[in-house]
Design a binder for this molecule. Structure first.
Ligand code: NDP
Length: 419
């Protein structure tokens, strides 16, 4: 039994306890700083102290109910017996959890519900008018959920704890997530939050910004349409390839704590929609050549992102699949092989490269006069460079000499000839 216990986390990430404590404060502060700045005429990041609203004005019980109702709708769709059941990776105690793959159905039903509500006269621009209040409510839900998760983890068996969130320090474990796969019955809290309320919320918020812009100016701008279309493609793609999430670091390594709960429920929907939010108050004109260039750039990013992710997923599921059987590989002591040709022979994280190219294409419709709409691509570059280092560290531990050989044969991490 002792062998199954999750060892105490010794190597602390994100700057250890102090870093975790700072991030717990910094993440919500960043959300509100950026949203408040975006509303100002200059939308300048150098304006360090945008006019702060009274805390009282951020709390609106109706907005809180709306946010909770949205999460409840997604939870209801999640528990409905739609889609297939699949198994996650083998856990420490050799068991495998079952997951329902029904995100595409949830997306379809949500689109029908939203469409019907719009036809019945729903004023979606309400989301723009109450954006700060809704972000505040979502933050409260995320904090509440994180506290619940930490307390629940204290009662969980030791085998259920997360390898990365078992330091024994309450602040660090609260931030990183103490329990790996917290569930209530068969309801998997992390898996649910990773995709559904946040990603669909992001697409809905973007649509609300488009509706608001149409109300203000008579029709949506080309820039707004591009931002909506690109990001909707990204969201639909994530739902279409839902099963792939089961092998990501978030599901297999990180516990479910404040970092992911706040990220999923507040950071993603309210900050990833920053470009659309910006465009409502800072309209941009795009020339046709510029539009064509941006579409091509997004297409290039998507091709690399999807190609790389699909190639690795296919290979991990069935290395003999004809789509990947011809690729060169190196063996590892674990019995698994590493791809060294195809996308994974180009750089060591081609999927991050594609994701970053897309992120840049999403900011370009906002013009070149402000840095604020480029927040996403800048933050994302930092996130992915840090994530790549974490993954590299784990792969070196997992694959040892074979990983060193891979690094020798594919020397660049994300950007060819640069990094
Ligand atoms: P990856 O999909 O990049 O997976 C990394 C794992 O892939 C490694 O741990 C290793 O695991 C395996 N691997 C690495 N190199 C090779 C190789 N050469 N051959 C075969 N297998 C290899 O991890 P992420 O979860 O970080 O990313 C998934 C996607 O999600 C990416 O496209 C990323 O950009 C995106 N993402 C988006 C975010 C957002 O906010 N929009 C946030 C984070 C990620 P093993 O060997 O055990 O299979």
């Amino acid at each position: 039994m002792d062998r199954l216990r999750v060892p105490c986390t010794k190597e602390l990430e994100f700057g250890g306890v102090l870093g975790a404590a700072l991030l717990i404060l910094l993440m919500p502060t960043t959300v509100f700083y950026l949203l408040l700045t975006c509303r100002t005429e200059q939308a300048s990041l150098l304006n360090f102290f945008p006019a702060l609203p009274m805390l009282r004005s951020l709390w609106d019980p109706q907005d809180f109910v709306l946010v909770v109702a949205w999460i409840a709708l997604q939870a209801l769709l999640y528990v409905l017996p739609m889609g297939k059941i699949t198994e996650g990776i083998t856990l420490r105690d050799k068991s495998r959890l079952q997951y329902r793959i029904s995100g595409s159905y949830s997306l379809g039903v949500t689109a029908l519900v939203v469409g019907a509500s719009l036809a019945a006269g729903l004023r979606l621009s309400y989301v723009y008018d109450h954006f700060l209040q809704m972000a505040f409510s979502a933050s409260l839900v995320a904090f509440g959920l994180s506290i619940f998760l930490y307390l629940k983890a204290l009662l969980a068996p030791e085998t259920a704890l997360a390898p990365g969130g078992n330091s024994g320090n309450p602040i660090y474990d609260f931030f990183m997530g103490h329990e790996l796969n917290p569930r209530i019955g068969t309801f998997d809290l992390k898996y649910f939050c990773e995709l559904r309320p946040g990603l669909l919320g992001w697409a809905l918020i973007n649509m609300a910004m488009l509706v608001k812009e149409t109300e203000l100016r008579g029709n949506p701008s080309l820039a707004m349409i591009l931002v909506n279309a690109f990001q909707l493609l990204y969201v639909v793609d994530a739902f279409w390839h839902e099963e792939a999430i089961l092998t990501t670091m978030d599901i297999t390594h990180d516990g479910f704590g404040f970092m992911l709960a706040f990220g999923d429920l507040t950071w993603v929907p309210f900050l990833y929609s920053l470009q659309a939010y910006f465009l409502v108050t800072h309209p941009q004109k795009l020339s046709l050549p510029m539009t064509g260039g941006i579409i091509l750039l997004n297409g290039l990013g998507y091709t690399i992102f999807r190609g790389a992710n699909s190639q690795k997923n296919t290979f991990r599921r069935n290395p003999a699949d004809p789509k990947v059987a011809g690729l060169r590989t190196i063996p590892t002591a674990t019995g698994r092989r590493l791809l060294v040709s195809g996308w994974w022979g180009f750089v060591r994280h081609p999927n991050y490269l594609g994701d970053l190219i897309m992120a840049f294409a999403w900011s370009l419709p906002c013009g070149l006069t402000h840095i604020l709409p480029y927040f996403y691509v800048l933050y994302f570059a930092v996130l992915l460079i840090h994530r790549e280092a974490r993954d590299e560290h784990q792969c070196l531990r997992k694959y040892g000499l074979a990983w060193q050989e891979y690094c020798r044969r594919v020397p660049y991490r994300i950007f060819p000839y640069l990094y």
